[in-house]
Design a protein around this ligand. Sequence first.
Ligand SMILES: [Zn+2]
Length: 282
Amino acid sequence: MRLKNLTLAVVLWASLPEALRAALEPMPTRDLTAAIAADRFSKFVRARSERLDGYAEPKSAAAGSLPRILAAREHALDQLEAFYGAKLGRRLALVFFANEESKLKATGHRGWGWAVNDVIVEVNNDKIHLEPYHELSHMVSARLGSPPALFDEGAAVYVAKRFGGDPMGEFGHPGASLDAVVALNIDAGHYVPMREVFAFSEIGPPRTQGEFSYPEAASFVSFLVLRFGEAALRTAFGRLRSSDDSRQIAANALAFREIFGVDVEMAERSWRRQIGRPLEHR
Ligand SMILES: [Zn+2]
């Protein structure tokens, strides 16, 4: 009996898409015995759409509406592909868990969301619905290049706002515009100079003050798109490269000037005027 279950589980594990198995790779309970004991995947509800393979924990909120969730994500992908002028070009797996505990148990990852390789893992229930654009934005924009975090993260937050999401809700300002949140932060004495944000290869570690630099990056990207157009932003994605190396950061600054016709500090001044908090003011 035990052996039969074991064989079945091994077959089920092997039948998971490559990408999904890769995402589950780092989990601490990766060995099959534990996976079988937990009987995690054989009962997952599945659905497929044009570019997405969906998996939902049985009896979770997502399990009852998986095709509808996938349709909404496909729509988001259409918008993102149009914005970036690039095709996703591969299938993605979306895995929904009913709560943080079941997600942690299955993946070894804490928190509500996780994206690695071609897999997005999310907690989805009556209370928690992750903003759908951010991770998908990274996955589409990766086709253009790996620009510094200012562009990559800034655009991911910007597109969420532009296409009807509420990315500032996660920053404690539900419904607020990107510019308004930056203005509020500046008024409260929190501002990360743009030359510093420009040099970040990632936003998130404490030194990057993500609470303030995320909205700044998004508002700045919004300004670049309005002032210089989407094509210029795409060019920046292709030419600037994320790096902590000072020579690459200098090369990025030069490329920025070539693409936008102004240097970062000049653009920062124009942007600060536009959001009603000119640099000269303080
Ligand atoms: Zn991100």
